[in-house]
Design a protein around this ligand. Structure first.
Ligand SMILES: CC(C)(COP(=O)([O-])OP(=O)([O-])OC[C@H]1O[C@@H](n2cnc3c(N)ncnc32)[C@H](O)[C@@H]1OP(=O)([O-])[O-])[C@@H](O)C(=O)NCCC(=O)NCCSC(=O)C[C@@](C)(O)CC(=O)[O-]
Length: 316
């Protein structure tokens, strides 16, 4: 697909020159679909994302299949994409998940904690502390096997049961995950309620507690249309890893108010305008999301996908 009228690149001195996009569409996106997507379609989706230039593509989750039936095919899927020349992180909640992932040769895993008790219970059937205790052997065994570990932290801004989440509560769990040995953290705005001022305040508090922006990724959902504004605020504070989901797929099965993630295409469009290199072919990415939307039987919510897949801009 030819992309018409790309934005003029106007670099800004207070922004990074390169951003790493951590693509979560195949995991966070598809885990929340009502219909279960066939394994071959997931594999094709991941291959197309790699072909579009994404270098970190979260592939699946080794969680209990009854908790997330949409990803119950992790064992069948992972080996079919394992040879791609990209990083393929997978979620593992516990040692059972780690064993399954390591058994298939996964080199990057992610544990996923919660800043709130309500979501820890709903998502992991544990208190916050019990969940951290569950992750400890996962992280230490993964590190011993030279496997990269990401630590997600959900509900960093607001929680559907508890409301606004106090910043010190978030800082405490972030510190615990880093002290445990996680290589990087991802701050999840699981239900998409964050606003830029809150992002800046949280990043400042984390920095003060010894968690620098270079150790962090940001993971925004776009429920209230704030995901791009929040991302820009995070970039201005020195964050260089941004999670996004092709076509804006996504949500979380254990937080009903979680809607789609920040769309990767919307992010790439903004970064291009800011003169920030991502190495992504936007035309191929839009074509991938348009193809995935046709597999799911509904249009992509991404504004950029919609604008660029309009019939006058279809392949020339
Ligand atoms: C953590 C558990 C397993 C606890 O669930 P539990 O019911 O407390 O499990 P358990 O530890 O009591 O074990 C019960 C049985 O499950 C088995 N089991 C135990 N673990 C596994 C496993 N890994 N794979 C396969 N089987 C497993 C285990 O072997 C045992 O089998 P039995 O002995 O009875 O036959 C469960 O709560 C779970 O799987 N939760 C995952 C929920 C999830 O995936 N949520 C979505 C991801 S988080 C997210 O999307 C947010 C994020 C990351 O995107 C960021 C953001 O936006 O905020």
């Amino acid at each position: 697909m030819t992309v018409p009228g790309l934005p003029m690149a106007v670099p800004s001195r207070d922004l990074p020159t390169r951003v790493r996009i951590h693509e979560v569409g195949a995991r966070d996106g598809l885990q929340n679909e009502k219909a279960t997507v066939p394994t071959e379609v997931k594999a094709e989706f991941i291959r197309r994302l790699a072909d579009a230039g994404l270098t970190t593509i979260e592939a699946t989750s080794f969680v209990h299949p009854k908790w997330v039936p949409q990803l119950a095919d992790a064992e069948a899927l992972f080996p079919t994409v394992a040879d791609l020349p990209v990083a393929l992180p997978v979620l593992v909640p516990n040692e059972r998940g780690l064993d399954r992932a390591l058994g298939l040769g996964a080199r990057r895993v992610a544990v996923f904690a919660s800043a709130t008790e309500s979501f820890a219970k709903a998502n992991l059937n544990r208190t916050v502390d019990e969940a951290l205790a569950m992750f400890e052997p996962v992280v230490s065994r993964a590190k011993a096997a030279s496997v990269h570990v990401r630590g997600y932290l959900s509900m960093c801004f607001g929680d559907p049961w508890e409301g606004a989440v106090p910043i010190p509560q978030v800082v405490k769990v972030c510190r615990a995950l880093l002290d445990m040995g996680c290589d990087e953290l991802s701050l999840g705005d699981t239900i998409g309620v964050a606003t830029p001022g809150h992002v800046v305040a949280l990043l400042a508090a984390l920095d003060e507690a010894g968690v620098p922006p270079t150790a962090l990724g940001v993971h925004f959902h776009d429920t209230y249309g704030q995901a791009l504004a929040n991302t820009l605020a995070a970039l201005q504070q020195g964050v260089t890893t941004v999670d996004a989901s092709a076509g804006g797929l996504g949500g979380c099965p254990y937080a009903k108010s979680a809607t789609g993630n920040l769309a990767t295409e919307d992010l790439v469009w903004m970064l291009r305008g800011l003169g920030i290199d991502t190495g992504i072919d936007l035309g191929r990415l839009v074509a991938t999301s348009t193809w995935m939307a046709s597999q799911l039987g509904r249009p992509s919510p991404s504004r950029t996908v919609r604008a660029l897949s309009h019939e006058d801009t279809e392949e020339h």
